[in-house]
Design a protein around this ligand. Structure first.
Ligand code: AP5
Length: 214
């Protein structure tokens, strides 16, 4: 099963993608997580990506497409994947289609997690991310057991640099301009499924399972 998560920054794509990956035994591939791991390890890719991410802008398509095509070659992708944060532009979606078509494959579902902009800023300012394993929490909606400490690996939780309100506003405008057109793109391919992302996390997941099947 090949699934794409669509939605604004902070809509809950990562939260739901992790659950989908666990339930359907497919890898969760987050381009944001891959870039953050590269930044942490101070790789050349990480240094390049950071200059865009810190401003809330998109990393250039060619960097992202090369990275994702390499990731698809790994053995765990044999039965599909859930993509979180890719594609994010029409050229990225076209590159994905080209690669899949070459293998006589296609995207099965593009799930749009719909959350209005008003809710997003609050979600982002309350999000905390683990510096060790990347797990995410929310101080109000999904708190860690011990404040500031990751339940999974015990490392410190931080507010992401790009979750500061000024940067979030820019990320939202970049989303509307460059990523939102993908909703129509996947609708035309008859794979778009809309879910209401304003409900609580369990309800959102249950709507997604209704779409994907048990
Ligand atoms: P990325 O990491 O992909 O960021 P994003 O798309 O902006 O998405 P987020 O991770 O911020 O949010 P999310 O939708 O996953 O929400 P989450 O589940 O965490 O990308 C970061 C940057 O990398 C980009 O800005 C860009 O520069 C670069 N990049 C990445 N991919 C790229 C690409 N393909 N091309 C170019 N550049 C790229 O939830 C948010 C918060 O809300 C959490 O605290 C969570 O606990 C809480 N929450 C979740 N669901 C609910 C709910 N139902 N109710 C209440 N709270 C909830």
């Amino acid at each position: 099963m090949k699934i794409i998560m669509l939605g604004a920054p902070g809509a809950g794509k990562g939260t739901q993608a992790k659950r989908i990956a666990a339930k359907y035994s497919i890898p969760h591939i987050s381009t944001g997580d891959i870039f953050r791991a590269n930044i942490k390890n101070n790789t050349e890719l990480g240094q390049k990506a950071k200059t865009y991410m810190d401003k809330g802008e998109l990393v250039p398509d060619e960097l992202v497409v090369d990275l994702i095509m390499d990731r698809f070659k790994e053995a765990d992708c044999a039965n599909g994947y859930v993509l979180d944060g890719f594609p994010r532009t029409i050229p990225q979606a076209e590159a994905l289609d080209k690669a899949l078509t070459a293998n006589k494959e296609a995207v099965d579902f593009a799930i749009n997690v719909e959350v209005p902009d008003e809710n997003i800023i609050n979600r982002m300012s309350g999000r905390r991310a683990c510096v060790g394993c990347g797990a995410t929490y929310h101080i109000e909606f999904n708190p860690s057991k011990s404040e500031g400490i990751c339940d999974v690996c015990g490392e410190k939780l931080i507010l992401r640099d790009d979750d500061k309100p000024e940067t979030v506003k820019n990320r939202l405008s970049v989303y509307h301009e460059q990523t939102q057109p993908l909703i129509e793109y996947y609708s035309k391919k008859n794979v778009l499924k809309e879910v209401d992302g304003t409900k609580d996390m369990e309800e959102v997941f249950s709507s997604i399972v209704d779409v994907l099947g048990k």
